[in-house]
Design a protein around this ligand. Structure first.
Ligand SMILES: [Fe+2]
Ligand SMILES: [Fe+2]
Length: 406
């Protein structure tokens, strides 16, 4: 027996419990076979959930398959259905949803995003009264980025500095060190020996690489205090980390791409959204609702509702914080890689973002898959057959890394 929202009824489902209307009268008895007609009656009667079962094991499998397909389809509305990337991704995601349903996952209902009370939120910047510059200026006046990153940068700029000097700066921050060591010891890094000191991590991972990881971890800390009613940070970092893991794995297939740069760029790719949520919570939720209702990607919804996008914000912010140019370039162009100086890097993060959004569907975490131009994907020359093993590898790593870093 399964509890499902009425919108997910597919023909062949059998009512496992009788359904009563709001006035207490019985609408359908237990055992009723459901079809389009019954679905309409239930919808009109304002019923949200029902309990269903199937006639046989075989029919349950085919019903769950249909539900998984229909649920996934909603999130792929915007992307080109003939694009081989999305055909493959769709099939992978349907399989993941099917598995999750078999294990008892309850699909989130259509209106779950609206459940949040938007009324209590007040924007610090009213629409049309503050552009990206004002918002970033305000953000910079509130807090500064963790100092350890800038101290580390200074050490790295000094040509005579050693692994020991780097280790000294990083180790002065115990919480950072713990996270960093957990990260480099994760199977994602595939190191054959256990790394138990920052100095050892520097020699195995590299100076620049390590500083990029420090940057990523510091960013997670910087945004720690966003109130949960504005944004669920666990959900946000789950998506960001997902993107980071995909970006690093994909990057390892390209000789001229640094995996750690891509990991950090993946982790930071949507920080502009955090700044938006902090400063314009009401409008940000409006943007989400607009995107979902009109089935348009977030970028379009932001342009329409706010007049600018999350990458306009992150570009200015990362510049002010003097983040490495490559990372800023990738993050600023992860929705339009052809405009990036480092096109391959931006295209990898765009692909990783699509994968992260798609995978998120199988645990109820997403709005729409943002899409990717076929030309950009073709230029990457990434074999679609590799996507499924990457998704499976990612799924094994995600939750452990998330609890290590957040
Ligand atoms: Fe984005
Ligand atoms: Fe994203």
């Amino acid at each position: 027996m399964k509890k499902i929202c009425v919108e997910y009824i597919v023909p062949g489902m059998i009512l496992a419990k009788p359904v009563q209307g709001l006035d207490g009268s019985e609408l359908f008895p237990e055992g009723t076979e459901l079809g389009e007609e019954e679905k309409k009656v239930l919808e009109d009667a304002g019923i949200d959930y029902i309990y269903v079962t199937a006639r046989s094991e075989e029919s349950e499998q085919s019903i769950l398959q249909t539900v998984a397909q229909e649920y996934a389809f909603k999130f792929f509305m915007y992307v080109n259905p003939d694009n081989k990337l999305f055909v493959e991704l769709f099939n992978i995601i349907v399989e993941l949803i099917f598995d999750a349903l078999k294990k008892g996952w309850e699909l989130p209902c259509e209106d779950y995003i609206r459940a949040k009370s938007v009324e209590r939120m007040r924007d610090l910047f009213l629409k049309d009264m503050g552009g990206p510059e004002d918002i970033v200026k305000h953000e910079l006046s509130l807090a500064s980025f963790p100092d350890v990153y800038f101290r580390l940068k200074k050490v790295l700029e000094n040509p005579s500095s050693s692994a020991k000097d780097i280790a000294e700066v990083v180790s002065s921050d115990v919480a950072l060190t713990t996270k960093l060591l957990k990260l480099v010891n994760s199977p994602l890094f595939g190191l054959t020996q256990k790394v138990d000191s920052v100095e050892r991590a520097v020699s195995l991972v590299g100076e620049e690489e390590l500083s990029n990881l420090v940057l990523g971890i510091s960013a997670i800390r910087y945004f720690k205090d966003i109130p949960p009613e504005l944004m669920d940070m666990q959900t946000f970092w789950k998506h960001s980390l997902s993107c980071a893991i995909f970006a690093k794995i994909i990057a390892s297939n390209y000789r001229d791409v640094n995996d750690e740069v891509l990991f950090t760029a993946g982790l930071l790719h949507d920080v502009g959204k955090l700044i938006l949520f902090k400063n314009m919570p009401y409008s940000s939720v409006e943007t989400l609702v607009f995107a979902r209702e009109n089935m348009v990607p977030m970028m379009e919804a932001e342009e329409y509702v706010l007049g600018f996008t999350h990458t306009d914000i992150s570009k200015l912010l990362m510049n002010s914080w003097q983040f490495p140019n490559t990372i800023n370039d990738i993050v600023s162009n992860h929705h339009n890689p052809t405009e990036a100086s480092f096109e391959t890097g931006a295209a990898i993060v765009q692909l990783a973002d699509n994968l992260a959004n798609a995978v998120g569907i199988s645990y109820g975490n997403t709005f729409v898959v943002p899409g990717m131009d076929e030309d950009v994907f073709d230029k990457l020359n990434f074999p679609v057959e590799k996507l499924k093993p990457i998704v499976l590898k990612h799924n094994k790593l995600l939750n452990d890394l998330l609890s290590a870093l957040t």
